[in-house]
Every structure is written in C-alpha cells, then in structure tokens.
Ligand binder design. Structure first.
Ligand SMILES: [Zn+2]
Length: 606
C-alpha cells in the first residue's frame, strides 16, 4: 500500500488539482469494486496462455476444454474462450482515461498473452499419488533397473566403484543401490552373497542392493559377517537359506531391518531429494504423495520447507516400521514452510510384501509356490490397534496392501471403524495403497465403503508377464482391476501413482500403461490389444486420476487438481496432445513447461 501511495504522489495528474480528492476517491472505489467483481482484469503479474485449437484440458467438468487460461499471482484468474479474453482486454482498453491511468499506475498496463504450438496442450499440474522421493534419489546413485542379467548387475557395481575413488580406495565403505529384478534376468534366480565374492573387486566389501520393489535386499558376505548371528526366523519377513540352512544373502521384508546399513547424512538426503525433484519437475509433476518417510527424512524436509527449497507440493505420509503407536514421532504439518508446500497429515502402514518376491499375503497359497501364501508383516490385531489409534488422533491412514489377504484384513478393519466406530469417511479418507489383488467381494466393498484405492498402472504392465503364473486363472480376475475399482468408487475417483523408484518417474508411463495395458514396446501376454484390456481406463479417466482424484486423496481438491479460477496455478504444457494422439505416440511426449504457483519451475513459457 505505501509503495503505491508513493508512486501515486510522484506521478503526473491528468485532471485539475481542485477535483482530485473526491474524484480519485470515487474512481478508486469504482475500480476497486470492478476489480473485486472480476470485471476488469489487471495485475502486474497476470498472464494468459491460449490454445487456438482449444487444447487446454481443465479437468473441470463445468468447463472441460477452454482456449485460454489466465494466471494472476499464484492462482488461476480466468479460464475462457479467446473471444472472452479479447472482450475483457477491450473492456480494459475502453475504460476511462483515468481508469487506464490508474490501472497502468497500480496494476501494469497489459495482459501478456502467449500461444502454445498447434499440437501442444495444457493440463493441470500432474500428481504422483504414490512415490518415494528419497529412495528414488538413493537408487539413482547406483541404478540397476536396466540390468538383464546377474552379470550385468555385477558389472554395474564394479563400474560404480571404479567411478568413485573414495569408495574404490576404502573397502569398508558401504555400497548401496537398487532396482534389480531377477524376473528380468537371464538367470531367473535369486542372487546370492557368493555372486559378489566371485569378483575380486567386490570381494570383502559391504554391499546391499535392494530389489526393484523394495521388499528384498541382497547383501554381500561382508554384510553377513557384520550382522553376525542371525535369528532363526523373523516375524513378517524371511531370510533365504540354502539346503544346509546357511543364509544365501537375500533378506525379505521385515528381515531387511537386520541389515546394519549406515544412516543417511543430511548431505546425502539433500542430494537424493534434489535429484528427484529435478527429474519430477522435468516430467510435469507438480505434486507428489510420498508414500512413507521416516521421522529423520521428515525432519530434513521440514527444514527444507522452512528455507523455501521445496519446488512442488509434497503430501508426505509418515512411516515408522513398528507395531507400537508412533503418531507422536511425526509432526503434523499442513501447507507448511515458506511456500506452504509441505503437508504431513497422513501415515503409511505396510501389511504385506510384494508379488515379485512371493511376499504378497494371499488367502490361498501361490499357484507357482504352493508352500507359501506370502507374508503378513503384522497381525490383524496389531494393524487394527494402530489404525484405530491413528484415526482417533486425526491421521489419514494409508495402508500398503498387495495380496487379497492383506486387502481383506484391512477392509475388515476399515469397515469396522466406519460401521461401529462411526468414522466419517469424507473427513477421514482412508486409502489402500496398491489395492493390487482383491476378491470380487472386496473390490465391491472398497467402493461401497468409500475407501480410496490408490493404484499404480505401471505395476500391471510390469507384473503382467508373471502375475498369472503366481496367482492362477481365477485370482487374476481381481488383480490390477482399475476399471472395476473406478466404476465401484462412491465418489468415482481413482488416484494414480507410479511407486517410483519401483517404476519410472515419468507419469506418462502410467498414463500409457493405464490406457493401453501394454508394455512400452507395445506387447502384452494377450497381444497388442492389451492385458485384460477390459480393465483399461479412458484417457480422461487417467488424466483425472493424475490430477483431481489425487488432489481429493490429499484433501486438496479445492486448491489444486483442475484448472479452475481461484485454484493454484499449477499446470503443464505438453508438446503433443496425449488426449488424442495414437496410443504409441503418448510416450514420445515432452514437457514444454512445468508451472507451480504461477511460476515456471521447469522449461520455459511459450
Ligand atoms: Zn510404495
């Protein structure tokens, strides 16, 4: 205010001095009223983006496609046709001389309009409703994703050591990475500690490499020595052993906590965090639901938020691996930090393992391993006690459930709280993360109870090559059943995520997988038409799942998730129309610009 008054006093006056005070007061009042009522747009930081083909997809059902979007400050001020924008500009130009003078004095002289290319589109900022920010950065230091054999993994580890002299020269330094997947290897077997020791450069070093799903860890003999005496078995986990009973070097689920890897330092966390943010923004993500951060990671993110170093919206679920109530170990933060981008009001529980390592808890034994039905990491009673306490304390509860048994147990707990405990589903919004394998009754029950299923379409296309072998022809019907879950949902929502680093960070991988049910090379066990294609989603459903539905799952549907006047100006310009191009062209799409809070966070405005 004081700056404006000073400018006003210093500027020339376009009318006789005697009439100034009353006249200007009235004009100002009129202008203020016009401004408040939104009839005249003016703001120094206002700009508009237009698409001549009307390819601005708003995900706002009252106005799904528009030609222009205007941004004022950190918010969307208008979505409209080009003609409407022109009329507003004209109204502005036809305002009285005094109004124009005041407008340029106080609010800047014109609206900046830029046009996107004819093939390009604008969509709301994309959300990843389930991902692991720190683990992604951690994995990127030694990423084994693309390895097609065990030998390739060993070569990658060697190359990593050779390119890090500090590690090369110090054989006691831990080597950590992740992304290996034995189902993709020539060998098709679980690796062993002995595989490391066969190489002189690796022999004797502490090495721990996580499986792609994060549910198994493969360690070297040096790590086994450091651990020392192992327990006979681990509740909710397992230690793989050879025929003589000796550990082979692979630990599953809860047994992974036996591995004494050094804690991450703040410097390491900064690298992991920044690496992931940079990559995510380059793919058009403006919001990430972090599916489980420890109190230590949360402390780090909190201080990062305070200094304004978080470049997008983060919805972080607190996580501690314990059956003892741990709600007091994490701070409750809503729109926290310098840019108000960090929110922590939810927790993540994990009740079973993953399908790839036979860890998903099933109601019946695995079809390809009849001696196991997977792993429940906690007893139903312990899970129920935790869920009840978190609900009482006002935390949204998001639970990892892959197998049909895990889903069933958790739905029982949620149903009990809703029906007996009178939990208000709209206020609480509990989520099942993955909701991967369910009985037909539980698919129906999820929707009926209003439980949010948070799913990752690339899991379907990654697992489709072995899922039916693991589950058999009947159970597979209720697996990765995205269309069924969406159709059954009370609010018709299905938030979508990637689970990166388990899958790639690029949300278009999920977009493509959900609409095509094909792997990136266009194949599937059912051919080019897609794997169980009746469970595919439409492009509009997928876009909504990656925007507005994810916003709902994080209590922010009134702030983000669609291009609606008044909401935060988070949006992305893509260089091709993913809503229309042939399926196989979706993955060639590039991000032109990612905008968060009205400001460019990646790329450049057209
Ligand atoms: Zn996850």
């Amino acid at each position: 205010m004081s700056k404006d008054s000073k400018e006003k006093a210093a500027g020339p006056l376009p009318f006789p001095r005697g009439t100034f005070s009353a006249g200007v007061a009235l004009q100002l009042l009129a202008l203020f009223c016009l401004w408040i009522s939104g009839r005249i747009p003016f703001s120094p930081d206002e700009y508009s983006i237009c698409s001549k083909s009307g390819s601005i997809y708003t995900v706002d059902e009252t106005n799904p496609q528009v030609e222009c979007i205007s941004i004022r400050g950190s918010r969307i001020s208008y979505t409209e046709s080009f003609q409407e924008l022109q009329e507003r500009t004209r109204r502005k130009n036809s305002a009285s001389r005094l109004q124009n003078w005041l407008m340029s004095r106080f609010f800047g002289s014109s609206i900046r309009i830029s046009y996107i290319a004819s093939d390009a589109i604008v969509v709301p900022g994309l959300a990843d409703a389930h991902a692991h920010i720190m683990n992604n950065g951690f994995k990127m230091q030694l990423d084994l994703d693309s390895c097609k054999s065990l030998a390739e993994v060993i070569d990658s580890v060697k190359a990593y050591i050779q390119s890090h002299p500090d590690i090369h020269n110090n054989s006691s330094r831990w080597i950590q990475g992740g992304g290996w997947d034995q189902t993709k290897w020539l060998e098709k077997r679980f690796p062993t500690a002995a595989d490391f020791d066969a190489d002189p450069l690796l022999e004797g070093r502490p090495i721990a490499l996580q499986r792609v799903d994060g549910h198994a860890s493969w360690v070297s003999n040096r790590v086994l020595q450091i651990i020392g005496k192992l327990p006979a078995d681990v509740e909710g986990g397992s230690i793989i052993r050879d025929s003589s009973g000796a550990p082979t070097g692979v630990f599953l689920d809860n047994a992974m906590s036996l591995i004494p890897a050094p804690e991450w330092t703040d410097e390491q966390m900064a690298v992991f965090f920044d690496t992931t943010m940079k990559v995510a923004l380059s793919y058009g993500l403006t919001s990430i639901h972090d599916a489980g951060s420890s109190p230590m990671m949360i402390q780090f993110m909190k201080s990062y938020a305070e200094t304004g170093k978080i470049p997008m919206r983060l919805y972080v679920m607190g996580h501690v691996s314990s059956d003892e109530y741990w709600g007091s170990q994490i701070p409750r933060l809503v729109n926290y930090g310098k840019h108000r981008r960090l929110t922590i009001r939810s927790v993540k529980l994990v009740v079973d393992g993953a399908l790839g390592s036979w860890g998903a808890a099933l109601l019946e034994p695995y079809s390809d391993k009849s001696d196991t039905s997977g792993i429940m990491r906690s007893t139903p009673k312990a899970i129920s006690d935790l869920v009840n306490q978190f609900w009482k304390d006002g935390w949204q509860v998001n639970i990892h459930c892959i197998g049909d048994r895990a889903n069933h147990v958790v739905l029982d707990i949620f149903e009990d709280l809703i029906k007996v405990g009178n939990a208000n589903i709209t206020e609480w919004r509990p989520r099942i993360e993955h909701a991967q394998i369910m009985t037909a009754e539980d698919l129906e029950r999820t929707g009926r109870l209003g439980i949010i299923a948070s799913v990752q379409p690339t899991h379907a296309t990654s697992d489709m090559w072995y899922a039916e072998t693991r589950l058999g022809p009947n159970r597979i019907e209720g697996a990765y059943a995205y269309r069924t879950l969406l159709n059954g949902s009370q609010k018709h929502i299905l938030p979508l995520g990637s689970d990166f680093p388990v899958e790639g960070v690029n949300p278009l991988l999920g977009f493509y997988a959900a609409v095509s049910r094909l792997s990136v090379d266009g194949t599937s066990p059912h051919g080019g038409g897609g794997w169980y294609s009746s469970e595919a989603l439409t492009r509009a459903q997928v876009l909504k799942g990656m925007t507005l539905d994810a916003a709902y799952a994080s209590f922010t549907e009134h702030e983000i998730g669609s291009l609606t006047p008044g909401k935060k100006a988070d949006f992305v310009v893509l260089d091709r129309n993913i809503m229309r191009v042939p399926m196989e062209e979706i993955l060639g799409t590039r991000v032109v610009v990612t905008v968060v809070d009205g400001k460019v966070a990646y790329g450049a405005l057209p």
